[in-house]
Design a protein around this ligand. Structure first.
Ligand SMILES: [Zn+2]
Length: 447
């Protein structure tokens, strides 16, 4: 155990710290029988069959009373839906374009701002946005179980004008609106996190870090020196509490938009337009605040997200008297660096593009070959010769080179050449497609 380096003026009760250390590393228990057997055979070490191995936390998966039950069917491995036969014998297999939104948080005007900001439910809006990606995952899972095949999709998450995320999803195969409605109504995600009803620490009165608390250090109450419950402690307490309620339940709003779409039609092109419209933009850029009312709406949403925990590792847990998972020195509530808190993300920290595994039916190598063929075709169209700019006549012959080879250049030199070659290629491709990607910052995050 690490020796506690306590400054002379530290008057925190020693007992509390000691108790904390004991709590973290439980007193030696009798080794479980299997471990004793193993020891007898001369093998060292422990299988951790007993109390040391922390049992998997069991959490309630009870369905809430208000969620309609969903019949389940075994899921086939097929990825496509029904084939329909027309009168002329022609077969077609329509696909689906689905839009799912979140619930209402209060009436909004056409510019997306609330009619009454005082009653608009920003807390629920913030929590729904934070957990939206889980809801989408749950929806796909339920949909597959319900329709009985491995539904494939390409989806994008975008903010609506009111700044709530919504989902556009192209689904291969068709599913009736009644069935979709059933799945949407039955889909929810419960967030089994500690309660945030009570603010325990705020302002200047914040938990203090102590290296000697717990196994790897931890946070203590600034006055009593008592170690705050760890993330695992807090979850265990929820698991043991019969009457525990989830911190939040996120579900879709009642508004569903589903259209059948045939491949290679005007409709399908319009839907692809929807799917790709905002892809290159950040969440905040999709609807730029232009009026004072819109700016205030963004401000209030960002404020609601400031102290809302974004994940188990969020610094905001300290505000509610719980140590974040993987707690470390220097965490301050209200200053979590999680993506979801940032104004440009407005609570949605997940992926913007969601593609199912078998959507394209191609492997990574296939996609790579596609991209290469596409780039070569664009270069050929623009009349740009494809060659190594550093050595236009070069034709490579590959062989293994050792450090003693006289013509092997130093690593830095080779790296610079590679970077140069990469820049040249990018420029050629930009010229061929009239792109201006060189203007983009290198540190900008991909959508
Ligand atoms: Zn956070």
């Amino acid at each position: 155990m690490r020796g506690p380096a306590r400054p002379p003026g530290d008057r925190r009760p020693r007992r509390t710290l000691r108790a904390a250390r004991r709590g973290a590393a439980p007193a030696a228990r009798a080794p479980p029988p299997l471990d004793i057997e193993i020891e007898r055979t001369g093998v060292r070490g422990s299988l951790k069959t007993g109390g040391e191995a922390r049992g998997r936390r069991t959490r309630s998966t009870r369905r809430r009373q208000d969620a309609p039950d969903l019949p389940r069917r075994p899921v086939d491995s097929r990825t496509v839906g029904k084939v329909f036969r027309g009168r002329d014998g022609k077969t077609f297999r329509p696909s689906l374009f689905l839009t799912l939104t979140l619930d209402s948080y209060g009436r909004v005007r056409s510019d997306g701002t609330p009619v009454d900001p005082a009653t608009y439910d920003y807390t629920r809006a913030a929590r729904d946005a934070l957990h939206f990606s889980k809801l989408v995952d749950r929806f796909v899972q339920n949909l597959r179980r319900f329709v009985g095949y491995d539904v494939q999709y390409f989806a994008t998450v975008e903010p609506q004008r009111r700044l709530a995320p919504h989902l556009h999803m192209a689904i291969r195969g068709t599913i009736s609106r009644t069935e979709l409605r059933q799945v949407v109504a039955a889909t929810y995600h419960q967030v089994w996190w500690p309660s945030t009803d009570r603010v325990v620490y705020s302002g200047n009165r914040l938990p203090v870090w102590d290296e000697a608390a717990g196994e790897n250090g931890g946070y203590l109450d600034p006055e009593t020196g008592e170690v705050l419950p760890t993330w695992d402690d807090a979850l265990d307490a929820i698991g043991l509490d019969e009457n525990a309620e989830p911190l939040h339940v996120v579900r879709f709003g009642r508004q569903i938009d589903a259209q059948g779409v045939l491949a290679d039609s005007a409709d399908s092109r319009r839907c692809i337009g929807y799917l790709t419209k905002y892809l290159v933009k950040g969440v905040a850029e999709c609807h730029e605040a232009e009026t004072a009312a819109q700016r205030e709406h963004v401000d209030r949403m960002a404020e609601a997200l400031r102290f809302e925990p974004c994940s188990p590792t969020c610094a905001n847990w300290l505000r509610y008297g719980v140590q974040p998972k993987n707690a470390r020195r220097g965490m301050t509530p209200g200053f979590c660096k999680g993506k979801a808190h940032r104004r440009e993300h407005l609570g949605y920290g997940g992926r913007r593009v969601l593609v199912s595994r078998k959507w394209s039916g191609k492997t990574l190598a296939d996609h790579k070959a596609d991209r290469k063929a596409w780039a070569l075709a664009r270069l050929a169209e623009a009349g740009i010769p494809v060659s190594n700019p550093a050595d236009p006549q070069a034709a490579y012959v590959w062989e293994r080179a050792g450090p003693g080879d006289p013509d092997v250049r130093p690593t830095e030199h080779r790296l610079l050449l590679l970077i140069n070659e990469r820049i040249q290629r990018r420029r050629q491709l930009d010229a061929a497609t009239q792109n201006t990607t060189s203007e983009l910052s290198a540190t900008a995050e991909a959508a």
